[in-house]
Write a protein that binds this ligand. Structure first.
Ligand code: URP
Ligand code: ZN
Ligand code: ZN
Length: 465
């Protein structure tokens, strides 16, 4: 069994911090301490550097067929980019085709990842057509495949959207088997109506994407989703929250003692809707929900520190500019999504920790630990502890660098953060004891990543007796 010793780093978990050593035997962390007197096959000196648990990106779309094209990163390119930025596990979405089974979707996504993914991976199952066949598949997905989270879309009417009846039935079935329902919360009907109106008025530019997806569509859907969950005491998770008004629905829900999980994404914390005011260039940030205001950004940062938001993901769903051009004459045909998987950890460190918006422990919590805890991967993933997988990122807090499509590893011909100066660089990324990236070089083989079957979830949404 090969051994690796990381010496003299500042080891940070979601709850602790100490200067010391991490000893790795094979795939696992086997000792932690100060001045560990052990010899290893390889020693890394981490003096002056942070040693964090490998990042977990709980929301990615690699090789996703969507809006007439496919996201431009597959499981190979996307996962290699993730490792360059310190992310060692992802939870991607296997998406049911309406009229087809969940099992088919699961098999398709296993095939997409197998032999290609360089990070460890799990799947949320996206249910787009809940019926009696689908209902019968839930148990096996949880029990046999370890797929414990079930995603729904309250938007994308006519393609992915489910109605409220499907939602509550799904919540009941999923809870019965120890899983949790998650949602993309936007009111698909409000949006559909506004989009039709804009198209009729010949409003074609990317900025109309944002104007036809107002925050009220998000807050309404969020509130409705939380009400449906509360009515049956179901545990739920809202993906990619963007707006203060939506967060306030969560705040309201806590007043009736409801516990819900919330994710936001890096772009909603750092970018705002003024990026749409530059003609077709704005298509780079066409995603759903769209970017909001600086006031919303502040609410989200504070939401993290108030423990209302637990997870910061990316919703990585890149499209190159020739794909974005599918919507050159009609914003509603621009494929929705942007690249981000590579820079989540560094941006959150630079803009969060260095700018004193987040403590070091909170940084680890939102980029790794909470995703593992909420989705049934803890303590195998999400922490630095004896017995946990040796997934580690060594970050140099003093190294400054500039983000650019010229240097990034994502298969996308633009960067959503072109020219951004970042303080803090992921120097070394380790996945299950193997050095995956060191000093900008990818050292693993594609396909090293393993599928992660997850444990059943035992979240308590609300105690009533
Ligand atoms: O615009 C986005 N977010 N694209 C990916 C699909 C989704 O809604 O998460
Ligand atoms: Zn979404
Ligand atoms: Zn998404």
């Amino acid at each position: 069994m090969s051994t690796l010793l990381i010496k003299n780093g500042t080891v940070v978990t979601a709850t602790d911090q100490f200067v010391g050593d991490v000893f790795i035997s094979g795939e696992k962390i086997s000792a932690l301490g100060q001045n560990l007197n052990m010899t290893a096959d390889k020693t890394l000196d981490a003096t002056g550097q942070f040693v964090f648990p490998g990042g977990i990106d709980a929301h990615t779309h690699l090789d996703l067929p969507f809006m007439g094209t496919s996201s431009s990163d597959d499981f190979e390119s996307g996962s290699i980019a993730a490792l360059h930025g310190g992310t060692t596990s992802i939870i991607d979405f296997a998406i049911q085709t309406q009229g087809d089974t969940l099992g088919t979707a699961f098999n398709q996504w296993m095939e997409k990842a197998n032999g290609k993914a360089a990070v460890d991976y799990a799947f949320h199952m996206a249910v787009t057509d809940f019926n009696e066949t689908t209902r019968a598949e839930i148990r096996d997905l949880v029990e046999k495949q370890g797929v414990t989270s079930f995603k729904t879309f309250m938007a994308y009417k006519g393609a992915l959207m489910v109605d409220d009846r499907q939602m509550v039935e799904l919540m009941k079935e999923v809870k019965k088997h120890g899983g949790m329902v998650t949602t993309h919360a936007e009111n698909g009907d409000i949006i559909d109506s506004l989009v039709q109106e804009a198209r009729k008025n010949k409003q074609t530019e990317p900025k109309y994407h944002a104007l036809t997806r107002p925050d009220i569509a998000e807050s309404e859907a969020t509130g409705r989703f939380l009400d449906m969950a509360f009515s049956g005491k179901h545990p739920v998770y809202v993906v990619h929250m963007t707006a203060e008004s939506a967060l306030n629905r969560v705040r309201e829900a806590t007043k009736r003692n409801q516990k819900v999980f919330v994710e936001t994404c890096v772009q909603y914390l750092l970018l705002d809707a003024s990026l749409y005011d530059q003609g077709f260039e704005g298509s780079k940030w066409v995603m759903s929900p769209p970017l909001r205001t600086k006031k919303d950004q502040l609410a989200l940062w504070n939401g993290i520190n108030q423990n209302l938001i637990q997870v910061v993901a990316t919703d990585h769903c890149p499209f190159c500019m020739d794909q974005k051009k599918m919507g050159e004459n009609d914003f509603s045909k621009i494929p929705n999504g942007m690249p981000g998987i590579e820079h989540r950890m560094e941006l959150m460190f630079s803009e969060g920790v260095m700018k004193k918006r987040l403590s070091l422990n909170k940084f680890v919590d939102v980029t790794s630990t909470q995703a593992a805890k909420i989705f049934g991967l803890f303590p195998q993933k999400g922490t630095i502890a004896v017995g946990s997988d040796a997934d580690i990122v060594i970050l140099n807090p003093n190294q400054k660098h500039t983000l650019s499509s010229k240097t990034h590893h994502m298969n996308c011909d633009y960067s959503a953060y072109e020219g951004w100066q970042v303080q803090g660089k992921c120097q070394t990324t380790i996945l299950r004891g193997q050095i995956a990236v060191q000093d900008g070089k990818f050292l693993l083989k594609k396909g090293f990543g393993k599928f992660l079957p997850r444990k059943k979830l035992d979240h308590t949404p609300c105690i009533t007796e």
